[in-house]
Design a protein around this ligand. Structure first.
Ligand SMILES: NC(=O)c1ccc[n+]([C@@H]2O[C@H](COP(=O)([O-])OP(=O)(O)OC[C@H]3O[C@@H](n4cnc5c(N)ncnc54)[C@H](OP(=O)(O)O)[C@@H]3O)[C@@H](O)[C@H]2O)c1
Length: 268
């Protein structure tokens, strides 16, 4: 699935010259980086695994764009600083806060260190990068920020309690910034997909049914940028969101318990 030439031109004009994609070596981040490369953006790509990141950078070079690879762990403050340093002197117009991961199972049995590490990547790094680039974008009077929220962001989710809470933070943060930053010419978008085939399931120890292919997400997300503040990519996710719209929140939590029971391994 590819963006039309008109859409490529629109986003390049509105959000070029450089785009940052965190977590660009796999899944949704790789798809977004690929779409942006084909639209002619120069890219700052980030992930922890150097070999995989350099391979992606090499593949995307075929679009005749400039690419900087920033190998950095975003659970570490230095990782965020490394990304910021790599952008000095560049005209950055788009920040994609994509890097993130999930955990699953009963919270009481989880390692506190890994739960805190997840919050650092999913929330703290996103907060720090957004703070820096929102200031830059305000100054230049233009820019775009995309956040990776999730369908799990809209109610508590048993057996993925902390992951869902991290995405609720992202969703709420993004909704508020969309309003605040609009006045400065900066567009903010929260993308809230349902299950997607990527490295996510394995790392979160979740077995996800009916997962969407990652290469179907880039077009709806980038098409929505600058036009709306939230996008739910994929038909199944749209149907689910619509069907559950009027359901009381405590019932949604019960439904999520059933769904996650099928996705995760846990013992009471
Ligand atoms: N898959 C789903 O079902 C789904 C649904 C809704 C929302 N999301 C969200 O979408 C985003 C992307 O997930 P995905 O499904 O594409 O997963 P993925 O295939 O596992 O990709 C995650 C990317 O983030 C990087 N990453 C992970 N930890 C990092 C860290 N500490 N520092 C820097 N980079 C790191 C990974 O590379 P390295 O491992 O080399 O660092 C990889 O490039 C996440 O925020 C996730 O929460 C996913």
């Amino acid at each position: 699935m590819d963006l039309s030439n008109t859409e490529k031109q629109r986003i390049k004009t509105q959000f070029g010259e450089w785009a940052i994609v965190t977590g660009a070596s796999s899944g949704i981040g790789l798809e977004l980086a690929t779409q942006l490369a084909s639209a002619g953006f120069n890219l700052i790509l980030n992930a922890r695994n150097e070999e995989r990141l350099l391979k992606v950078a090499q593949q995307l070079q075929s679009h005749k764009i400039e690419i900087k690879s920033v190998v950095a762990d975003l659970s570490d403050k230095d990782g965020v600083e490394k990304i910021i340093q790599s952008t000095q002197g560049l005209k950055v117009g788009l920040l994609i806060n994509n890097a993130g991961y999930g955990t699953s199972g009963l919270f009481v049995d989880a390692s506190l260190d890994s739960e805190i590490n997840m919050l650092r990547v999913n929330c703290e790094a996103v907060l720090a990068l957004t703070h820096y680039f929102a200031q830059q974008f305000k100054e230049q009077g233009r820019g775009g920020i995309i956040f990776l929220s999730s369908l799990v962001a809209f109610q508590g989710v048993p057996y993925a309690a902390n992951y869902a809470a991290s995405k609720a933070y992202i969703q709420s943060f993004s909704e508020a910034l969309a309003v605040e930053l609009k006045a400065f010419g900066v567009d903010v978008l929260a993308a809230a997909p349902g299950p997607v085939q990527s490295g996510f399931g394995q790392r979160a120890n979740m077995k996800m049914d009916n997962a969407m292919a990652a290469d179907r997400l880039g077009v709806p997300i980038l098409r929505a940028l600058g036009k709306q503040s939230k996008v739910v990519p994929g038909l199944l996710s749209k149907v689910l969101t619509y069907a559950l719209r009027t359901v009381p929140r405590f019932i949604k939590v019960k439904i999520m318990e059933k769904v996650m029971s099928g996705f995760t391994q846990h013992q009471r």
